[in-house]
Design a protein around this ligand. Sequence first.
Ligand SMILES: NC(=O)c1ccc[n+]([C@@H]2O[C@H](COP(=O)([O-])OP(=O)(O)OC[C@H]3O[C@@H](n4cnc5c(N)ncnc54)[C@H](O)[C@@H]3O)[C@@H](O)[C@H]2O)c1
Length: 318
Amino acid sequence: MYKIAIIEEIHKDGLRLLKDNPDYSYELINDASPENLIKKLPTFDGCTLRVSKLNSNILKHCKKLKVISRHGVGYDNVDLDYIKQNNINLLITAKANAVAVAEHVMALVLSISKAIKIYDKEVRVGNFKKNAKSISTLELFNKEILIAGFGRIGKSLIKRCLNFDMKVKVFDPYQNKEIIEQHGGVKINNFNEGLKSCDILSLHMPLNEKTKDLMNYKTISLMKKNSILINTARGGIVNEFDLDKALKENIIFGAGLDVFQNEPILNDSPLLKNDKVVLSPHSATFTNECTSRMSVETVKNVIDFFEKKIDREMIVKL
Ligand SMILES: NC(=O)c1ccc[n+]([C@@H]2O[C@H](COP(=O)([O-])OP(=O)(O)OC[C@H]3O[C@@H](n4cnc5c(N)ncnc54)[C@H](O)[C@@H]3O)[C@@H](O)[C@H]2O)c1
């Protein structure tokens, strides 16, 4: 029997797969502090993992651990060097969350372009139409979106944009032109040129040395005055102080962020007082449907791994 640790609670639909399975036992570990993980994790063969960190200080105690199954697709909370050296496999929920994130992007774009937050506030304080005409709003029809990063989420987003009659440019140095064109986009090779012509920029790449602070005061300043910047990828790709400054100087129209350099966002972040940005708490995948899908996929990945039938798409190549 394989022992599986569920590090931090997941939706009950996933746990059901383990409950009904005589080949597995599981234990929920809600206290994901390093001390508790060092104490508990060494007896387990596999684990699911949400946002808590698994670094080498913890993992060096886990000699039995064969597989870490991430509830999500990012894995910056796992020590990749350590697991590679020690033959611990890393799995992701590759199929579960693209739709939810793509829909969240549309929600942010629509809420900013239609000034929903501002209108809502005005109506509540009795200004039913008083200020309505002075509030600037935009349409998506015929606008150009630049999708930067054309993986699972980028591909899910493009369909939604095309259905809004938008023109789509794609910047992804690792995706070939034909694939992008098959999806209805135009591949561009010069990111800065893309910034100059787009009305909306949506980021969908990993955070790494190349993408850290990719959107800073200088690059944001290349964008058009009425443009919108969306980041649902990873905090750190957008420099938050530079974004705040650019918004205050009306360099772009607005921004939507689901991810932040520090999570939770720091109490003294200037963005908290900036009305031109719409914020959400890294919640793009928190739909009822996606929470269930991710939980099921995370657990199924562990089972498929031990039963040697794991889908290649779920395996992170280290
Ligand atoms: N907000 C959320 O809740 C949430 C949920 C899921 C994923 N994410 C994040 O969204 C991002 C995209 O996820 P995905 O599942 O589509 O990943 P993916 O791996 O399927 O796609 C990423 C794409 O980015 C491209 N890329 C890599 N470096 C690039 C660069 N410098 N410039 C342009 N493109 C580059 C890759 O070629 C790849 O096509 C990741 O950062 C992920 O962590 C956030």
